[in-house]
Design a protein around this ligand. Structure first.
Ligand code: ZN
Ligand code: ZN
Length: 455
């Protein structure tokens, strides 16, 4: 038994290039056994979490559930980790630590929060939850991003790593992060001492489900994987008046229209074509009636970039263009536009190249090379990047296939897209997705903590 354990450890570390394929799959087989033992209970956990979603910033019961589960497995658990800048909001972050002699510290993150989406999947375990959102509106609530899959995978990984305690050394830090969808939960946990009250990690890992890959597969993007996301609010202030007498006004509607079109030149004219970025005006509100020129128009923008310097340059351009157009329209200085850049933003998600290579090598050996595929980076955003402290801690997030292979093939053939993340119809296939989620994350952690690799 002991010899077999050593052998398996070496395979996981990728230090045994001469090993036969049969030996390389042993860890996979052993993991299958361990995961199979838990699978019924994990699927029940998933359905329970799915049926009981909570909005960002309100993850009270979800956090308590995750905390209790980790505690029952022997993790040292701290609840309510998270300090938001907004007063009155409780941080429901969970930190579970398992110290297993000396070695690297590895952090694994799951999100806890759900979305204000009314579920329409018709599944027997569909969410029927309704609540009031922070604006007081009645909304349906749904785990439409699959964070319930992530929580379940984390709990399965937690249990499996307890069972495999003689294969790894170091400090395992499992966190349940609130308010990912609101972009702010990771920062709130850091601001509440995630890396000072608890061990600062040598590596941080996460997974996210996807409808681009079939169950059984995982995907990865070395380097930039997801973009930074910054919200910008603009108020174009004009001088209102009668709709029949524009000459007596400074019309903010016309200025807003010019600003929107001029903002499109930032991406096309002000940065290198090889450096991706997006500027989207997602909301515009102004005016009340046909024949009234209003005093102001409000706009909400999202800005996406990979590089921080590009983010800064685009934000400066938005400010310059908006104020310049307003000045050209004759709006006086004391009515100049207000351009407010949100301080809470998600940095780009960067997959450290060495870390990615190490984890991908281990995943390929255990899941099979065909099941570990490189994926192109995307312009969607995450706040997981915060946990890397601007590149000081290597981070890796990988994709977890969550849709049926036949459904995916049919979608590719017909061109009819599958229900995407955040859709009211998004329905990951629970059992095979969770199985691979637990296996993949366990393998990723073992690759970093089994003692054979460099730190
Ligand atoms: Zn999401
Ligand atoms: Zn998500």
């Amino acid at each position: 038994m002991r010899a077999r354990i050593v052998l398996l450890t070496l395979v996981v570390c990728g230090l045994a290039p001469g090993f036969l394929p049969a030996q390389q799959t042993r860890l996979g087989n052993e993991l299958d056994d361990l995961v199979n033992q838990q699978l019924d209970s994990l699927v029940a956990t998933y359905k329970n979490l799915h049926a009981n979603p909570e909005l960002s910033g309100h993850e009270e019961k979800t956090a308590a559930f995750v905390a209790n589960q980790l505690r029952s497995m022997g993790y040292s658990v701290t609840e309510r980790v998270g300090k938001y800048s907004r007063p009155g909001l409780t941080g429901y972050g969970v930190v579970g630590v398992l110290q297993n002699s000396s070695g690297p510290t590895v952090l694994v993150r799951t999100e806890l929060d759900a979305l204000p989406v009314e579920e329409k999947t018709g599944l027997p375990y569909a969410s029927k939850v309704r609540t009031k959102d922070d604006a007081g509106q009645d909304v349906g609530v749904m785990h439409a991003c699959g964070h319930d899959i992530h929580m379940t995978s984390l709990l399965g990984t937690a249990k499996t790593l307890v069972e495999l305690k003689d294969r790894w050394h170091g400090t395992l830090v499992l966190i349940g992060q609130p308010a990912e969808e609101a972009i702010g939960g990771a920062k709130a946990m850091l601001d509440d001492g995630l890396y000072t009250r608890f061990a600062r990690p040598n590596y941080a890992l996460a997974l996210h489900d996807t409808n681009d890959l079939e169950t059984g597969k995982v995907g990865y993007s070395p380097g930039y994987a997801m973009a930074s996301s910054t919200s910008v609010d603009i108020i174009i202030r004009g001088i209102g008046g009668h709709g029949s007498r524009p000459e007596s006004t400074r019309d903010p509607i016309v200025v807003a229209a010019q600003v929107i079109l001029a903002l499109q030149t930032i991406v096309s004219r002000e940065k290198p074509a090889q450096d991706p970025a997006v500027v989207t005006v997602g909301s515009i509100h102004g005016g009340t009636k046909h024949n009234v020129i209003p005093d102001e128009v409000r706009m909400q923008l999202t800005v996406r970039t990979y590089k921080e310097e590009t983010r800064q340059r685009i934000l400066a351009s938005i400010d310059r263009i908006t104020k310049g157009i307003a000045a050209a329209a004759g709006i006086p200085d004391d009515r100049a536009p207000i351009v407010k850049v949100s301080e809470d933003y998600a940095p780009a998600t960067y997959n450290n190249q060495d870390l990615t290579r190490r984890v991908v090598d281990a995943l390929q050996k255990t899941l099979g090379a065909a099941n570990v595929v490189e994926e192109p980076p995307i312009m969607a955003s995450e706040d997981f990047g915060n946990l890397g402290l601007a590149g000081h801690i290597p981070t890796l997030i990988f994709w977890l296939g969550a849709v049926d292979a036949a459904d995916l093939a049919k979608s590719k053939q017909t061109g009819v897209p599958l229900a995407s993340l955040h859709s009211s119809l998004f329905a990951p296939v629970p059992e095979p997705t969770i199985r691979t989620g637990v296996k993949a994350m366990t393998v990723a952690v073992l690759a970093l903590m089994s003692g054979g690799g460099k730190q």
